[in-house]
Design a protein around this ligand. Structure first.
Ligand SMILES: [Zn+2]
Length: 105
């Protein structure tokens, strides 16, 4: 992995050395490719240590009875069939739109 990063920065150095800049067609293409390579290595590196920042997604529901906003974790959505509004006790059915995504066509 480090090899690849080294190669990319080597190429970037070459581009700078040869005086490619973004105002030329060649420079646009070459620097564009280098940007993409950077993005790819970033993405790969981020994948490597995903323990650190495990993202929890939460969704906002509005209680239809009282308008109270409920913040619900993705986890809860996947496991519960209904939510209870903390403000008024109204039962809000959870439409599992996330689970039945398959027959969209
Ligand atoms: Zn409510």
């Amino acid at each position: 992995m480090k090899e690849i990063i080294k190669k990319i920065s080597y190429l970037r150095g070459l581009c700078n050395g040869y005086g490619f800049d973004r105002n030329t067609k060649e420079g646009t293409v070459l620097l564009g490719i280098l940007d993409v390579l950077d993005d790819i290595t970033d993405a790969i590196l981020e994948d490597g240590d995903e323990d650190d920042d495990e993202e929890e997604y939460s969704y906002a529901f509005i209680c239809p009875a009282c308008g109270q906003e409920l913040e619900v974790d993705e986890d809860v959505l996947n496991n519960e069939e209904e939510l209870i509004c903390p403000a008024c006790g109204n039962v809000i059915p959870v439409l599992n739109e996330f689970a039945i995504d398959d027959d969209g066509e």
